[in-house]
Design a binder for this molecule. Structure first.
Ligand SMILES: [Zn+2]
Length: 343
């Protein structure tokens, strides 16, 4: 099959013929139609995240099952599917109780520790393929439907993690990024008052279109003070931080009002200082949110199938143009998500 292969960090993609994957026991193979191109996978190409090479990256797929290994009863040939991102076991206490991203047997991520979607075919343990619901026209919109599994499901899960309620004020740090812009969309869907925080002025219009009621230019000064000003000194209810630098985490924590929640999604994952006195006096919660469960992928797919939200994919290019697309992802030039057409 044709595959876009990375041979090492900071190396260009190589369009290569590699052997077709063969489904072993408990595995399935799917024919890839499209695959999303986000910053998470660009981190591997740029060498900021360790991986074993050669590697075929990509996990935000729309695909069709073409072969089943022995013992697979949950799928059939022809089923339209997307992929779960974590190589979680599916059998342990954490997987079974709805905390699959915390699986202690997890062996990594699709497209990082095993080959992913930048190829004609992808092979995975069968339980990591998630069927697409009827009502999603995956043949007409494969690029949009493929990115739901991460770009839209991750923000959906954050709403749960932070217990966002209608009428609350939610600030999204890194709102112009691929996940951030979908977080604005999901927070608006949850009927929150939505504030976008970013430094990229060229993304502010897209932030407003995605659902931001207000935009705070983080390059213009004290973000915490700007958020307090926007809430008449009360503070925001929820800060969702996709940047997670020391500065953004401290600004988010400082801007929280009574019963406020700060959620970090990793990002730069820098250490930060928060006031224990503020945590006590205002009963603050500082939270981490790690990807989603398979059930949350299904729920997010259903949400799109019902027409409540729609992923923002602004660039759809052939697989052969992966290098150019990733250069744009690296420079922060893509609004929402880019995706590659494989077949
Ligand atoms: Zn597990």
């Amino acid at each position: 099959m044709k595959a876009m292969v990375l041979t090492g960090p900071n190396r260009p993609f190589e369009l290569t013929d590699v052997p077709d994957p063969v489904a072993g026991p408990g595995e399935a193979v799917a024919r890839v139609i499209t695959c999303g191109s986000g910053l998470t996978i660009q981190h591997i190409k740029a060498g900021r995240r360790a991986a074993r090479f050669p590697r075929i990256i990509g996990h935000e797929i729309t695909a069709e099952i073409v072969a089943l290994g022995a013992g697979v009863g949950s799928l059939k040939v022809g089923d339209p599917v997307t992929s779960y991102f974590y190589l979680s076991c599916g059998h342990c206490r954490w997987c079974l109780s709805g905390f699959e991203p915390l699986c202690p047997n997890c062996t990594g991520n699709v497209g990082i520790e095993c080959d992913g979607g930048y190829a004609e075919y992808i092979k995975l343990p069968a339980h990591l393929f998630i069927g697409l619901p009827e009502g999603l026209d995956y043949k007409k919109h494969p690029a949009e439907i493929g990115v739901i599994t991460d770009a839209l499901a991750t923000p959906y899960k954050v709403l749960r993690r932070a217990r966002v309620k209608a009428g609350e004020t939610v600030a999204v740090f890194g709102a112009g990024g691929g996940l951030g812009i979908h977080q604005l969309m999901m927070a608006k869907w949850a009927r929150a008052r939505v504030i976008a925080v970013d430094v990229a002025k060229n993304k502010f219009d897209a932030c407003r279109k995605a659902g931001a009621d207000e935009v705070v230019d983080a390059s213009a000064g004290d973000v915490a003070q700007a958020l307090l000003d926007l809430t008449h000194g009360e503070g925001i209810d929820v800060a969702i931080d996709y940047v997670s630098s020391t500065a953004t985490l401290e600004a988010g924590a400082k801007a929280l009002g009574r019963r406020g929640r700060l959620v970090t999604l990793g990002g730069a994952s820098q250490p930060f200082t928060a006031s224990a006195r503020d945590m006590l006096m205002k009963e603050l919660e500082l939270l981490g949110s790690r990807y989603v469960t398979r059930a949350e992928v299904i729920e997010t797919l259903d949400l799109v199938a019902r027409g409540e939200v729609w992923p923002l994919v602004t660039e759809i290019r052939p697989l052969a143009e992966a290098e150019a697309v990733h250069a744009r992802v690296e420079r922060g030039e893509v609004t929402g998500r880019a995706a590659l057409v494989v077949a």
